[in-house]
Write a protein that binds this ligand. Structure first.
Ligand SMILES: Nc1ncnc2c1ncn2[C@@H]1O[C@H](COP(=O)(O)OP(=O)(O)O)[C@@H](O)[C@H]1O
Ligand SMILES: [Mg+2]
Length: 368
């Protein structure tokens, strides 16, 4: 079977993606697959390199960007023989259902959540409604629309101030890795933060900021949902920018998180509920806020969390009993299984009688 490892991508999380792919390529079970690297440039062009032979074939991340015998990638190649796609992509144009839709259309099995879960997980507004509907607590928030902002910035700020207290977190609805997010402490900062966020999206969400511990639970499975021990991102300051979190590695991880058995159980249950609520499959990481008085809020579900061997997702699984290489194999198998299960579903759209009816309706329409 051919395994296409797809990474890079046209978004701000390009670099994290290359890092994750580099780690993955060092741990795949090469006996099972013919592994083909596919790099998406920052401009959105797809290139393929030559087959990766073994775990030590690729020595550096740079080799993944400057692929040997690089050539334009043709999607037709996925249709030849048996293929499975592993989109190692974070953020918009990768983790948001768009690439997943491409594989659905081509009818190719792929790793990770499907179109719906990916799209909901990426959308900081829709996901909150879905979580609330599933009975999960979320922090108070409000949407800001560009058209209202254009009419009156003052009205928008005043409306936010009557509903939420400072600090407020201002976020573009469709981004990840803290890109475009600001913590605002007064109305001046709020205005600047909203202006900044509108550079990234036409929809913005503003949330009540709360001093919190950040606890993350990994999820693995399709219909059988498994959750990991929780891990904590221990912070030295209230808000981490993209560089701190992913590139400078200033974050300390505590695995398992030092929380009570009761809270652990509660968060694992909430993680599984959130995953089911968005219709997740394969992989996800549910991120929680834990307040000083012990309240738990769900912040988000990342349908393709950071996946380097040092990232939270693989780390909490390792602690739960699944080593990194086995985890990679498991997520591939889950992708293949979901594709197979889809085939068991009926694709009949009309019965024989219905089709006769359709014919007569069409005939009627033709005469009109
Ligand atoms: N309402 C909030 N209260 C306190 N801290 C927050 C809040 N929202 C976000 N943060 C901080 O900002 C970080 C990034 O926000 P998040 O919603 O997780 O966006 P991203 O998709 O970029 O990860 C969080 O990990 C947390 O440190
Ligand atoms: Mg986050």
């Amino acid at each position: 079977m051919k395994l296409y490892v797809i990474y890079g991508g046209k978004n701000a999380e390009h670099e994290v993606s290359v890092k994750s792919a580099f780690s993955i390529l060092q741990h795949i079970y090469y006996d099972y697959y013919t592994v083909i690297p596919v790099y998406i440039t920052r401009e959105g062009s797809w290139f393929r390199g030559t087959e990766v032979e073994s775990r030590d074939s690729i020595q550096s991340k740079a080799e993944l960007v400057d692929l040997k015998q690089k050539q334009p990638f043709s999607f037709n190649e996925l249709l030849e023989g048996e293929s499975v796609a592993f989109p190692v992509l974070h953020g918009p144009n990768g983790e948001d259902g768009t690439v997943q839709g491409l594989f659905e259309t081509l009818d190719i099995p792929y790793v990770g959540s499907g179109v719906l879960a990916s799209a909901i997980g990426m959308d900081k507004l829709i996901s909150k409604s879905v979580f609330k509907e599933a009975g999960l607590s979320v922090l108070p928030y409000k949407e800001v629309k560009l058209r209202d902002w254009k009419v009156s910035q003052q009205d928008v700020c005043e409306a936010l101030e009557t509903y939420l207290d400072y600090p407020m977190y201002v976020k573009p609805v469709n981004q990840g890795s803290s890109v475009g997010i600001t913590r605002a402490l007064n109305s001046e900062e709020l205005t600047e933060a909203i202006e900044l966020a509108f550079n990234y999206d036409y929809r913005i969400v503003v949330e009540k900021g709360v001093p919190v511990r950040e606890i993350e639970v990994a999820i693995l499975g399709n219909e059988d949902v498994h959750t990991s021990v929780p891990g904590e991102l221990v912070k030295q300051k209230p808000f981490y920018a993209y560089e701190d979190k992913y590139l400078n590695q200033k974050v300390v991880r505590e695995i398992p998180a030092k929380i009570s058995a009761e809270l652990t159980k509660k968060m694992r249950k909430m993680a599984a509920d959130a995953f089911e609520a968005i219709n997740g499959s394969g992989i996800s990481r549910a991120d929680f806020f834990l307040t000083e008085d012990g309240e738990v809020y769900i912040n988000e579900v990342n349908t393709f969390p950071g996946f380097t061997s040092n990232s939270m997702y693989p780390k909490v699984w390792a602690k739960t009993g699944i080593p990194y290489a086995d985890l990679i194999e498991e997520v591939i198998q889950l992708g293949l299984r979901r594709h197979k299960d889809k085939y068991k579903l009926s694709t009949e759209v009309t019965t024989e009688d219905d089709s006769i009816e359709m014919e007569s309706i069409n005939a009627e329409l033709d005469t009109k």
